[in-house]
Design a protein. Structure first.
Ligand SMILES: [Zn+2]
Length: 414
């Protein structure tokens, strides 16, 4: 193992501490050119957003959309473009030095299954289509930042790595981030920016909401609905469990939530099913509450099982299995850290409203849990109804999101 001498480690660790002031950075002629480009290129950037979004990217099948992003990375002259073991598309924009090393990412995947109609429609400034806001807007902004820095010929001190990553949504379980940051610490990366999440470009996600995802399965012998009547029924047990889960009380603050997101099972209307399952998502801003909520859901599942088995006098007993589908750690970046301070300064320099902060579950959760300064920023425009087929985005002044990200990245890497 390579051990850094303390003096070198201290130098690397403090790279970001010397980050420039956004007001000074934005006056550099090259950065000013890049900012102008972000605005003049606005319509082309929206076309990129639509183009990428019309290439389906369901969980675990992001490769076609990644290939389209790869062409755009090449055209923006990123270097060392490659795909890693998790399917993340990675490209570098080397600076004069390797440090500070800034990583900027947007996720490729969507929540929509294979076969979903991903056609995008446009009515004036409103685009509608699955994933058009979450996170096609982020991908377009990611590409937009690379294009703007290239157009302005911005020469940064440090390196900016661009990542179109996989596995952010659903059962992806942050697999892209887990692979990208494998073996890395805050000694390797000075700041991470995820382009995703907030509906407004005046917000910054500085806290990662942790989550558990479970699959609850009840199994039994099953049988004919008439002839075998009297054996315990997995679907009935599942109904009991869901009703109990629905009764769980969680606090507003720290915000803690639960959701049965998917159910399945059964053979036919006249069959007592041999199995039934539910997929359950639990989230909390606080790790202790996340654990408590998970334990409460598990108790509800157990008591539904016991009730169903007791009701049918142990004829054809059911069994229960709970699989862990996903776990995202909680984490946060202090509001007075250099990274958040820089974002705050960028909002001021651009004349945007003062920065607000929030907590969400995003790609930043993972680097935050490693202590790497991380933030999730919006990509411009106003999104609505994410994760539904009625998802829309109003792209009025969406270019401001690209400008803001250009200034954040060039200030941090200055
Ligand atoms: Zn997203």
């Amino acid at each position: 193992m390579n051990r850094l001498k303390p003096a070198i480690a201290l130098f690397l660790f403090s790279c970001l501490a010397h980050a420039a002031d956004p007001k000074t950075t934005m006056q550099q002629p090259a950065v000013a050119d890049a900012l102008r480009f972000a605005q003049s290129n606005a319509e082309a950037n929206i076309k990129t957003q639509i183009h990428l979004c019309e290439i389906a990217a369901p969980e675990f099948h992001e490769e076609k959309r990644a290939a389209a992003v790869e062409e755009l990375f090449k055209a923006a002259h990123l270097q060392n473009i490659h795909t890693d073991a998790a399917g993340n598309l990675i490209g570098d924009r080397p600076g004069k030095n390797p440090r500070p090393h800034i990583v900027i990412a947007a996720h490729l995947d969507t929540v929509f299954p294979e076969g979903t109609d991903v056609h995008v429609t446009r009515t004036g400034n409103v685009l509608k289509g699955p994933g058009i806001y979450d996170d096609c807007r982020g991908l377009a902004a990611l590409v937009g930042v690379a294009q703007a820095l290239d157009a302005g010929k911005v020469q940064t001190t440090g390196t900016i790595t661009f990542v179109a990553d996989t596995g952010e949504e659903g059962l992806g379980d942050l697999r892209g981030m887990k692979e990208f940051f494998r073996g890395k610490t805050k000694l390797d990366i000075d700041a991470f920016i995820s382009i995703d999440g907030p509906e407004s470009i005046t917000d910054a996600v500085t806290g990662g909401v942790g989550s558990y995802r479970l699959r609850l399965t009840y199994s039994g012998p099953g049988g004919h609905s008439f002839n075998a009547f009297g054996i315990a029924n997995p679907i009935h047990a599942l109904g009991r469990a869901i009703a109990k889960i629905d009764e769980i009380q969680t606090p507003e603050t720290p915000r803690t939530t639960f959701n049965v997101g998917r159910i399945g099972g059964g053979t036919s209307v006249n069959t007592i099913s041999s199995s039934a399952f539910a997929e359950i998502d639990m989230r909390s801003e606080e790790s202790g509450l996340l654990e408590t909520t998970k334990a409460t859901v598990e108790r509800a599942a157990q008591s539904a099982l016991d009730e169903e088995n007791a009701r049918w006098h142990d004829r054809g007993k059911l069994t229960m299995k709970i699989d862990l589908l996903g776990y995202r750690p909680t984490g946060s970046t202090p509001s007075d850290s250099k990274l958040i301070d820089t974002v705050r300064g960028v909002n001021q320099a651009m004349g945007l409203p003062a920065l607000t902060t929030s907590r969400q579950s995003t790609d930043s959760n993972f680097p935050m849990s490693l202590g790497i300064p991380s933030v999730t920023l919006g990509a411009g425009g106003t999104g609505k109804d994410a994760h539904t087929v009625n998802e829309t985005i109003d792209i009025t002044e969406a270019w401001k999101g690209v400008q803001r990200l250009v200034l954040v990245a060039s200030t941090l890497a200055d």
